[in-house]
Design a protein around this ligand. Structure first.
Ligand SMILES: Cc1ncc(COP(=O)(O)O)c(C=O)c1O
Length: 289
């Protein structure tokens, strides 16, 4: 077996090189698809129930009724991770509205395409956690909720692709994406947080963002530790005035941010509350395994 990766497609486990999608697949043609990303710790898929809850939420958001039974999907996720057999794996579940004649009408989609990609996930880059990363405020806005709702993890990530392109061209690690009202939503693939005085603040779901599974866990763990955690709208100017900034995502856990645009955050090094929250998150992971 190819140790670098494995794909589940149409009832079989095959190599990533063998996995193919038709040019008539609506996922390819229109981004008419949804997806999820999780990872494994010690070879075990992480927070599968939470990720499948969000997958079903995303399906509802695009009016897709997932053909595969949830129990079957769960079984395949665990089986694939076992088969690949690596401690640290990236797992991407993709469901498209399937192959159909050209045309936007979703009724044209026939049988859904279900793909699960398992591949090796490199260890966290410790240098990033020691130094912190930089963010750049992109001109590309996050969609309003009444457009393609950002709480849906869909195959429509072109705004985010353009935003990270701008950020990378500006030499930054990731972008801050604002909404039409000028409030911070999230980064292109992670949720944004700031420490302001004693409070730890992240934008509310209503700002138009993906309800991160890590965001939710960090919120629960932080509150249980007695941190004052709030969901509040804020502007990028407020973000720049914060004592600490960090981003959260499944594959990056709790990653410190030490610069936003040209503004150094706090003392320019990862802050104490960020580190403490990351420590609690790591303990939570350890206790699950
Ligand atoms: C736009 C966006 N925001 C936030 C996140 C973080 O979500 P999670 O913590 O569930 O990985 C992701 C995940 O990739 C994302 O794509």
């Amino acid at each position: 077996m190819n140790k670098s990766g494995l794909v589940y497609q149409n009832g079989a486990f095959i190599s990533p090189q063998e996995a193919k999608v038709s040019i008539f697949d609506r996922g390819f043609l229109y981004g008419d698809s949804i997806y999820e990303v999780t990872l494994t710790y010690k070879g075990k898929p992480f927070l599968v129930e939470e990720h499948l809850d969000r997958l079903w939420h995303s399906a509802d958001g695009i009016g897709l009724s997932i053909q595969m039974k949830r129990e079957e999907l769960t079984r395949i996720i665990h089986e694939g991770a076992r088969k690949l057999g690596l401690e640290r794996q990236y797992i991407r579940i993709i469901i498209t509205r399937g192959i159909g004649d050209l045309g936007l009408d979703p009724a044209l989609g026939e049988e859904q395409t279900t793909l699960i990609l398992f591949k090796e996930l490199p260890a966290l880059d410790t240098a990033l956690y020691e130094k912190g990363v930089t963010l750049f405020t992109s001109e590309v806005l996050r969609n309003p909720k009444k457009s393609m709702d950002p709480s849906v993890k869909s195959g429509n990530y072109l705004n985010n692709v353009l935003a990270i392109k701008q950020a990378r061209e500006a030499g930054a690690y990731d972008a801050v994406m604002l909404n039409a009202k000028g409030y911070v939503t999230e980064s292109t693939s992670a949720n944004i947080w700031m420490v302001l005085g004693e409070s730890i603040i992240t934008p509310p779901l209503e700002a138009g963002l993906l309800g991160g599974i890590t965001r939710q866990k960090v919120m629960e763990l932080g509150k249980a530790q007695g941190f004052d955690i709030k969901e509040q709208n804020f502007t990028v100017d407020t973000l720049k005035s914060a004592n600490e900034v960090f981003i959260t995502s499944s594959t990056r856990e709790v990653l410190p941010v030490t610069q936003v645009d040209n503004q150094v955050i706090g003392l320019g090094v990862p802050g104490p509350k960020t580190k403490e929250l990351h420590k609690h998150y790591k303990t939570f992971i350890l206790n699950l395994n």
